[in-house]
Design a binder for this molecule. Structure first.
Ligand SMILES: Cc1cc2nc3c(=O)[nH]c(=O)nc-3n(C[C@H](O)[C@H](O)[C@H](O)COP(=O)(O)OP(=O)(O)OC[C@H]3O[C@@H](n4cnc5c(N)ncnc54)[C@H](O)[C@@H]3O)c2cc1C
Length: 283
């Protein structure tokens, strides 16, 4: 591994200034390091400087009324153990617990998962289905983006030069579910995943597909057939047929298109049914 200088500024302003002062590729942001340190080790990134976020006051999680606000540097293990998360955001709870093992989750962060924007991320499909907003801070000040606009492609986001993810906001508790498929459940990443959530405020479903290149996506055509919090078997079957036609279900090194197309309807059906059961329980 090449040598590099690490700083850990105490304020967001200083972190942004340090980050913006380098040429592209010269300075990198370090959160939990579970992705970045592998990149450094394998030579995929060669920054001369790392700006660690460990001293910033962003390891927070609060319920602000109905809204859940998660600081970007909060370790996933701390998020997983937040009181009420499993009841109010079951899909997020399920997705967090799908990420690696407990030791990894003591380091890995939500901000790092967004910053990496990996196609196989377990958290991104859920953030899409829950209409998460991403709060950013950078040289031009603060701004917020819906997660669907924040994500662009594999390892590509809307982050500008010198910009940092400060927090993620989930607007309201939603009956929801997340299901994934892997070759070896304990130590692989997802080949395919589905998140489904029902919004009591606008009475609409959101369904997102994960594990597919180039990034997790919302699938509105698989949401529209779902009629209310307890969709009929015919509506779920119609949604399952539609999601199987999605153009993101292609072959890559993790799975073939045939496998993904054969499986997606099963994951979708189970996921929607689980979320609908929870919607019934929440009514
Ligand atoms: C063994 C192993 C198993 C894994 N299993 C899974 C899995 O099952 N599911 C899954 O989804 N992921 C998995 N991962 C991936 C990884 O753990 C997650 O992506 C994690 O959430 C990254 O968070 P981090 O804090 O470690 O990020 P880091 O490695 O510190 O950073 C990742 C990227 O995001 C950028 N970044 C970090 N924080 C910010 C910020 N606040 N603002 C702007 N940019 C930022 C960094 O510069 C870097 O480019 C696994 C990784 C390993 C090593």
């Amino acid at each position: 591994m090449a040598s590099f200088h690490v700083s850990a500024p105490p304020t967001a302003e200083e972190a942004v200034r340090e980050l913006a002062s380098g040429a592209p590729g010269e300075v990198a942001v370090l959160a939990g390091g579970t992705d970045l340190l592998l990149d450094l080790d394998e030579g995929r990134a060669r920054p001369a400087r790392l700006v660690s976020l460990r001293n910033l006051p962003w390891r927070t999680v609060v319920w602000d009324g109905a809204e859940l606000v998660v600081g970007s540097t909060l370790p996933l293990r701390a998020l997983e153990t937040v009181a009420g998360l499993g009841e109010r955001h079951p899909a997020l709870f399920e997705a967090v617990r799908a990420v690696g093992g407990v030791a990894l989750r003591h380091r890995a962060t939500l901000g790092g998962n967004l910053g990496r924007s990996a196609p196989a991320s377990d958290l991104l499909p859920v953030l899409l289905a829950l209409d998460a907003e991403v709060d950013l801070v950078g040289p031009g000040g603060a701004r917020s983006l819906p997660v669907d606009r924040f994500l662009r492609a594999s390892r590509e986001t809307a982050l500008g030069r010198g910009e940092l993810i400060r927090a993620v906001r989930l607007p309201e508790p939603r009956p929801s579910a997340y299901l994934w498929q892997r070759v070896r459940p304990a130590n692989d990443i997802s080949q395919l995943s589905v998140a489904a959530a029902y919004s009591p405020s606008d009475r609409r479903w959101r369904v997102a597909l994960g594990g597919v290149p180039p990034r997790p996506v919302l699938v509105p055509e698989a949401s529209t057939p779902l009629d209310g919090p307890a969709p009929s078997p015919a509506a779920v079957a119609a949604g399952a047929r539609r999601i199987a036609e999605h153009p993101a279900l292609v072959s890559d090194r993790r799975a073939s298109d045939e496998y993904r197309r054969g499986l997606v309807g099963v994951l979708y059906t189970r996921c929607v049914r689980a979320a609908a059961r929870r919607a019934g329980a929440a009514a």
